[in-house]
Design a protein around this ligand. Sequence first.
Ligand code: NAP
Ligand code: ZN
Length: 347
Amino acid sequence: MPTANAYAAPSATEPLVPTTIERRDTGPHDVLIEIKYAGICHSDIHTVRGDWGPQQYPLTPGHEIAGIVTGIGSEVTRHKIGDRVGVGCMVNSCGECTNCRKGEEQYCLAGMTGTYGAVDRDGTVTQGGYSTHVVVTEAFVVTIPDTLELDVAAPLLCAGITTYSPLRHWGAGPGKKVAIVGLGGLGHMAVQQAHAMGADVTVLSQSLKKMEDGLRLGADHYFATSDPTTFEQLAGTFDLIVNTVSAPIDISSYLQLLTLDGALVNVGAPAEPLPVNAFSLILGRRSFAGSMIGGIRETQEMLDFCAEHHLGAEIEVIPAAKINDAYERVLASDVRYRFVIDTSTMS
Ligand code: NAP
Ligand code: ZN
């Protein structure tokens, strides 16, 4: 079995350390990828620290993978050696259930196989992208358009699709007022995408510290949620609110900002429950919904959309030795707007 250099968390409470991990031999439908860049998603931190439940350690996180194909199995048709490719949050699904057939593999009824920390078909636990190589079945490998740099593209594989999918599903576009809560990794992609789709975009951030960035990324308006007058001023304003916040927030007060029939879609995934006051839904026929990443077809569509509109993540490229520092900065909302690991620093 080939090995790869990687970083792994030895437990929920220890820093990530350099290690080597095994990758499976490239099977007939597999693609061997030399990973060039891996984004750091807040979900990596939730997972390795046990926020979402117990994990098997050591655990190599990373589901924002961009790299180059260096090997292919005998039956592979979608990719060839030298292709620029990406892998996101899942590496397999049953392929047969209703949701998989619809191209919504992320909602596979048998459970999709996560890129890390999931039990793979061969019984091993999947290990993610903070690593130099990965082997993935070709159907879960997408093509990165030539005009997108690999480092800028990496965060699109999770952050980019997680915001693109609900914006499309809930019809963000001309004539629609869309608010994005939280200007972090997901939020800064949501702002760019909603703007490119033609919506009127508002950022709701904890403070006005990042206002200049938000407006440059395409927001039309920017408000601080720490200012109570924000909630009075914006009552009944938005058709769609996408909440990207990684911590619990008072959902009911954000529901008040929706128009009649408006929807608040939660993509942020704090461990704690998000209680809702029924009247904030009833008064205004409002919806409170959720959305998880996006299917493979839609992920490719999102990459093509970002390339066409010249969108990408705003990144800070770091050597692997800085992963633990980056985690602390993400937790302190001190990220502008995605840390991306240069995996060549792992060798
Ligand atoms: P991130 O870069 O840390 O961004 C989160 C942002 O939320 C921060 O930049 C901050 O924005 C705001 N925030 C943080 N703590 C807050 C608090 N206590 N109160 C109010 N606002 C706060 O994280 P991310 O990588 O974008 O991920 C965001 C969340 O989405 C995580 O929970 C992650 O697990 C989840 N996620 C879900 C999916 C999915 O499929 N649904 C996919 C990927 C990630 P401001 O400074 O602007 O306020
Ligand atoms: Zn993610």
